[in-house]
Design a protein around this ligand. Sequence first.
Ligand code: ADP
Ligand code: MG
Length: 682
Amino acid sequence: MASLFERDIRTLRGVGEKRAELYRKLGVPSVGDLLRLYPRAYEDWGGGIAILDTALGEVCAVRATVVNAPSEHRIRGGRLLYKVKVTDGRDDMELTFFNNKYIPTLLKAGQEYVFRGKVQGNLTRREMLSPQFVPVDKVRPLSPVYPATAGLTSRQISAAVGEALKLLPETVNDPLPLALREEFRLCHLGYALEHIHFPQSEEDLQTARYRLIFEEFLVLQLGLMRIKSGRRGRNMHPVSGQFPEEFANLLPFALTGAQRRAIGECIRDMAGKTPMNRLIQGDVGSGKTAVAAALCYAMIRDCADGRPRQAALMAPTEILAAQHYATLSKMLAPAGIRVALLTGSVKGAQRRQLFAALEAGEIDLLIGTHALLNEGLSFQNLGLVVTDEQHRFGVDQRSALQLKGHSPHLLVMSATPIPRTLALMIYGDLDISILDELPPGRQKIETYLITPEKRRRAFAYVQKHLEQGLQGYLICPLIDGDETGLMSVEAYEKLVREALPQARLCTLHGRMKPGEKEAAMDAFSRGEVQLLISTTVVEVGVDVPNAVIMVIENAERYGLSQLHQLRGRVGRGQVKSTCILITDGENEEAVNRLRMFRDTADGFKIAEADLKLRGPGDFFGARQHGLPHLKIADMSTDLTVLQKAQRCARALMDRGALDDPQYRGLLLEMERLFRSAPGALN
Ligand code: ADP
Ligand code: MG
């Protein structure tokens, strides 16, 4: 296989310079890459059916003989048209082809073909317009469809693949050794490649698919494990292992049992032999920030060797970073810990000062957005890296921050419940702590689903709460403009000002300058502003416990997990909170989805439903987890194969099997896969 990846695609018959360029655009520079360009679908040609058995309006493959040579007609604009009569011995069908001067040479009277196209005409007379056709002895039951590019048709690719397959020597080198193939009942690579492209039957195709999916998962999993074992050095930043009680005493509340447990688990990791690598999963509002703060405290105040250490906390948005800065400075300043904030809007002299202070060890905890990844930024001695809402960052971004220290401990936090197998896949063999308990006194958030006609009443309800000194969020999908049926922040502001003239309100959206956003958020946290009219920029992490009302306009526009995050902005204090979803109710499916959301508070259940509804694309898209692009395997639908491949990878790693020369091919595949995601190997 390896040599085929070194063999230029131009060496294939029928592929010249021009086509080779198109193949390169498809990411297929070599013959090996072409063989790994799997069909995206298959057309069912079968052996061709009789004309009588076709259904009007459907795409069918018909087996029939050409009755007489195609007749040529000139139509308007000088265009050519051919008519061909075909028969299956019992019925006739008329075919029409436009502007294809090759028809007379391709279709010969008396010869039998399979014609595939949409069946038109009427009950007694069947027709097809420009059907595809193949001589009957060349028909493939399942014909591959390739991701075509401009200038390169699926058919041309198919022909090239046919040429490439001829080059596969009888004994193509399989990166998976025989024993492993036998254990997991995998077919040989040569068989898999041939049948993934040109399967003889559905069964054939499944055999080939299973083998290729397994291989891809295995290669990915092994690659990730190797990255991790490379990272897993000695623990250079060991803490004493004591629970940070002094920190707990600084808090205005008692930690929940779940928080204490998670902190304990992390402290144990950080006191251990290798660096911590842990994920904390906890539903919105479960108190992840306090856990992160406790660990930063321990790192900064309690390192076993007594040398000063620094910690970094990265958040996905400026608003969230600023809020973490406010919360954590308040928690940690009494202990003398120096906290600083770095976002993209810290510039000029201020920024230079901050960089210098950080390098000199005059800052203990740096909080910020991905601005923390800036190349010029260096720490004096970074011992702990925390990433909040980790699913918003790629693997490469997380590891880039880690590289700012000498194997710092790593903690990632997420409210998105990811099934364990997937978490393992995405993070290698990461340890997981779960916050399965909300702080005490939380009440269920009452959720209502209403139509826009009831908006007035909803506003009156909001007004009542404002009079009690409480606050609320109003969420719109657009910033401005008037796309039909969609509410904008700008239009809503007018609406609310009319309905609630007394209310102190302000707007917030992604197009505002960072300073303006911060000012709006600050005014809202301090209670000066009662109502925040916003886009979903407040979706993640924002914490203002006095806000108890969440109104979401055009609720049908959002995914369930997103709604759950938005709803999670309220219900953070002792007062009963309300979430009002407004939707016109025109789309029945959307309404059912929203009803389900209204009746469910459990984030795990909601995430599951969301995954089912939306499919894996959004949830596990490469953009979110930063993994290399997979060619055939799908992490959400091929779960059982994934589990098998994980088991296999684990066993191989434990045995140290990859040093064995028979696994050389597998190592090469690993390198090839991860070349497409270079950051992941850092
Ligand atoms: P999330 O897990 O969504 O990040 P936060 O860390 O923002 O949650 O915490 C949500 C709210 O709960 C905050 O206002 C925080 O101060 C409060 N909180 C956290 N832990 C406790 C606790 N043990 N007791 C009471 N309130 C808590
Ligand atoms: Mg949070």
